[in-house]
Design a protein around this ligand. Structure first.
Ligand code: ATP
Length: 347
């Protein structure tokens, strides 16, 4: 049984408006870390808030543990939430912040102590019990917020960009920590982010959203290697997948698959093109080459190549070289629907 399931879940804020969330069907798997990924305004937060019970759906159903919960209050849904602004109560100690939800529920003192110690030990913050939030680092505050969210032993963990207030370095370590923690407690988590690196690194599966709709659900490798449409193809990857419109199809291949002939070629057939480099960006480990294809089916099309800098010799601005892409790395999209379509010959 899915821990969380949504059926045709829809939210329209104003009558006649296009929906913020449109007909979303989702099913989490037991213990899974599911990431909702999409650009700003794609409906991620609205979807999460409906699951939490903080927003009423316009239509559709939400099920938790197989039961429809549309009419249950947030508390009755046994859900833990951590948001971007995980406001801790500034006048309360860490301990009192953590036990706050238990107090509100009328849990007795001994039990509160026990559960707070359990939550704190999972997050390694027991030694901070007597401090006030202002005496904590950003990462410690984030851990206290997580402890407060899990202290009621929720059935599901909902997180909305909980790391976005942390600086880049702390964010990377907090990401790792949170992921490890979720695996340790084994509680199903739904995590909202617009950061593709975070989504790829943390998600067991990623739900890619755009304009309120789900474009694709799959493992990080599924959505990266086998994008269902041009939106997914370009939203993931930096630089994004090269998309070259031809007569009735759009041809796509990733910059890291378009390489100087002879460099790290895969087995199988390749398509070779003359690539005229217009300019390049040196990024340390990698070199990004911008240029134009000369001749063949992709004549005059602008594309990008991303290569290890160790292979940069001779690839100067203005020069032209033979580059190749494995046929198996070339994707085809329908020009009308922009969805994946059958491969065809490009020679
Ligand atoms: P972000 O990454 O910027 O947080 P998001 O993907 O979480 O974006 P939502 O916050 O879910 O997106 O918003 C989806 C759409 O619904 C947006 O067009 C937004 O303007 C609209 N919206 C969200 N909340 C409301 C509201 N309370 N009233 C009216 N429109 C809203």
């Amino acid at each position: 049984m899915a821990v969380v399931e949504t059926r045709r879940l829809t939210k329209v804020f104003k009558r006649g408006n296009v929906g913020a969330v449109v007909n979303v069907d989702l099913e989490t798997r037991e213990g899974e870390f599911l990431v909702l990924l999409g650009p700003s305004g794609s409906g991620k937060t609205t979807l999460l808030r409906m699951i939490a019970g903080l927003e009423d759906p316009t239509s559709g159903e939400i099920l938790i543990g197989g039961k429809v919960v549309n009419d249950l209050s947030p508390r009755e849904r046994r859900i833990a939430m951590v948001f971007q602004s995980y406001a801790l109560y500034p006048h309360l100690t860490v301990f009192n912040n953590i036990v706050f939800p238990l107090k509100a529920q009328g849990v007795d003192r001994a039990q509160r102590q026990k559960q707070a110690e359990w939550a704190a030990s999972l997050l390694g913050i027991g030694h901070l019990f007597s401090r006030k939030p202002r005496e904590l680092s950003g990462g410690e505050r984030q851990r206290v917020a997580v402890a407060r969210a899990i202290v009621r032993e929720p059935s599901v963990f909902l997180l909305d960009e909980p790391l976005s207030n942390l600086d880049a370095k702390l964010r990377a370590s907090a990401r790792e920590e949170l992921e490890q923690f979720q695996k340790r407690i084994g509680t199903t988590a739904i995590y909202v982010t617009h950061d593709q690196v975070e989504a790829m690194a943390m998600g067991d599966r990623v739900v890619v959203m755009s304009q309120g709709a789900v474009r694709q659900i799959g493992t990080p490798a599924d959505v990266y290697d086998d994008p269902a449409d041009t939106f997914v193809a370009t939203f993931l990857g930096s630089p994004p997948m090269n998309l070259v419109p031809l007569a009735d199809v759009i041809v796509g291949f990733r910059p890291e698959h378009f390489l100087p002939a002879g460099v790290a070629e895969r087995g199988g057939a390749h398509l070779s093109y003359r690539f005229q480099i217009s300019h390049s960006e040196y990024l340390g480990a990698e070199l990004i080459l911008y240029g134009t294809i000369q001749g063949g089916a992709l004549h005059q099309k602008k594309v990008i190549s991303r290569i290890p800098s160790t292979h940069s010799a001779g690839l100067t601005d203005g020069s032209a070289h033979t580059f190749a892409v494995a046929e198996s790395d070339v994707k085809f999209f329908d020009k009308q629907t922009e969805k994946r379509t059958a491969p065809r010959s490009l020679s």
